[in-house]
Design a protein around this ligand. Sequence first.
Ligand code: S3P
Length: 171
Amino acid sequence: MKNMILIGFMGAGKTTVGRILAREKEMAFVDTDERIADMEGRRIPDIFAEEGEGYFRDLETKLLGRMQEDTFDSVISVGGGMPVREQNRKLLRSLGCVIYLSAAKETILERVRDDGSRPMLEGGDLEAKVERLMREREVIYRQTAHVNVRTDGRSVRQVLQIIEQETRRFG
Ligand code: S3P
């Protein structure tokens, strides 16, 4: 089976759902943030602080290029900003079936509120930041994905069931 790629906003559940999905389907699990941190030998917040966002975005594109060669039969959880670059959207879709995990702003805020590991949400009014970024990205996520799955009010188990149903046609 080809790759299953989970995209969506920070806190949408990509990593949580992705790990279980991979285990159940006996596929490898890949987290793009983890791979970037490994490539660089430092944490994502440190990369942002020391090099800036542009540098991190270049690493994301470089990684997606590599993954075309070395990543198969995997569930891939993708950093929330990865699909923003048009080039990345093409690369993501060519990797396999892209699944958008979406959630309402309130759900996202609850999940990211006490998490200091997300540089895009640091400083200033958290709610305003989340709202602005979600507004900018919603259409991008929709355009990139083959399948949309809402996660609000759904357990991880229910989300997994919907993914299973919706991706069957992709083989
Ligand atoms: C980012 C999301 C993060 C990480 C980085 C930037 C974003 O990943 O890639 O902090 O721009 O939305 P998660 O979506 O896994 O939190």
